[in-house]
Design a protein around this ligand. Structure first.
Ligand code: PMV
Length: 324
């Protein structure tokens, strides 16, 4: 039996989105992306390989997954076993401090924590870039969760160069997010299926990779200037360009719910009243507000008139992966 290793990884929200794959098996993206790792949302995962097990035992939030539900984790563990020359099955125990599949990217923290715990339990001793590349094989967004702060996932060309690099790990200006939880249910169209459908059918998709690459350059300059308004404007526009590709897919779909539009309108109203706040959304209906800590109380006061206070989660920038 190997040692039981526990790793913690935080989720991240992309300011410039990853949307579409060049290689679905290796998870090589069509465009580079950039995210902010968040402190309060994380996953703790313990992995132990044991020759006594007859199959992988995967528990998420105390629930044992069926073989079908655990397939992605199982496939990921096969990759680790193959690299380490191990044959033993593993016991995986994962706890999400993130509303699972609610558009808060639990797959990012989930696969980053799994990559860190499983590789160490298998004695692989990976560097952070290697860990980022391994996490990528579980879920694209997990590539970035290896690092804290602002993180860039450089798309690269193949398994060896598609990896995250820290862009700014220690953030010395006032920026945070408020996640508005509108719908805690698992998303209707998983990001994996959604982006594949868009790439295959949307006539607008061809415009996405080049525009996202331009946005990324502008976003890096805005971060270096510590310009919250510019960061927010770029993130908002980039997110909406991504969401426009779902409406133009065949069949069309959207991650928006009626409440999503309410949240967006509230953010726009606040901005019209002089408060600096911007919205972004991933493959789910929840809205994340990009703002400063200084203006958060004013924003919360407005949002609380429409949403329950416990659905408004304030998130400061968070750290990279750690062992606990
Ligand atoms: O890697 P996935 O399957 O979690 O896809 C992430 C896709 C978006 O959240 C919409 C964008 C992103 O860059 O995180």
């Amino acid at each position: 039996m190997t040692k039981a290793i526990t790793a913690r990884a935080h989720t991240n929200i992309a300011l410039i989105k990853y949307w579409g794959k060049l290689d679905a098996d290796l998870i090589i993206p069509q465009n580079s992306s950039l995210s902010l790792t968040l402190a309060p949302f994380y996953t703790d995962t313990t992995v132990q390989f044991s020759p006594e097990l007859t199959h992988d035992q995967i528990k998420i939030d105390g629930q044992l997954l069926s073989t079908a539900a655990g397939q992605r984790v199982h496939t990921f563990l096969d990759l680790v076993r193959q690299r380490a020359g191990l044959t033993a099955f593993a016991q995986v125990d994962s706890t999400n401090h993130v509303p699972t599949a609610a558009g808060l990217a639990s797959s990012a923290s989930g696969f980053a924590a799994l990559a860190a715990a499983a590789s160490k339990a298998a004695d692989l001793e990976l560097s952070l870039p290697e860990l980022s590349r391994l996490a990528r094989r579980g879920s694209g967004s997990a590539t970035r969760s290896i690092y804290g702060g602002f993180v860039e996932w450089q798309k690269g060309h193949d398994d060896l160069d598609s990896q995250a690099v820290p862009f700014q790990e220690k953030i010395d200006f006032d920026i945070q997010m408020i996640a508005i939880l509108l719908d805690p249910r698992p998303k209707k169209v998983a990001s994996r299926a959604g982006m594949a459908q868009v790439v295959a059918t949307s006539p607008y998709y061809a415009a996405w990779p080049p525009t996202a690459e331009q946005d990324l350059i502008a976003m890096k300059a805005a971060i270096l200037k510590k310009d919250l308004n510019l960061i927010g404007q770029l993130a908002e526009a980039n997110a909406m360009k991504m969401h426009a590709t779902t409406l133009s897919a065949n069949p069309p779909f959207t991650y928006f719910e009626p409440e999503t539009l309410t949240a967006i309108e509230l953010v726009q109203n606040l901005r019209n009243n002089g408060v600096s706040c911007y919205y972004t959304m991933d493959a789910g209906p929840n809205v994340k507000v990009i703002c400063s800590a200084k203006e958060t109380p004013a924003i919360l006061a407005q949002l609380q008139q429409h949403f329950p206070a416990d659905h408004l989660l304030v998130a400061k920038p968070g750290p990279g992966v750690t062992y606990i």
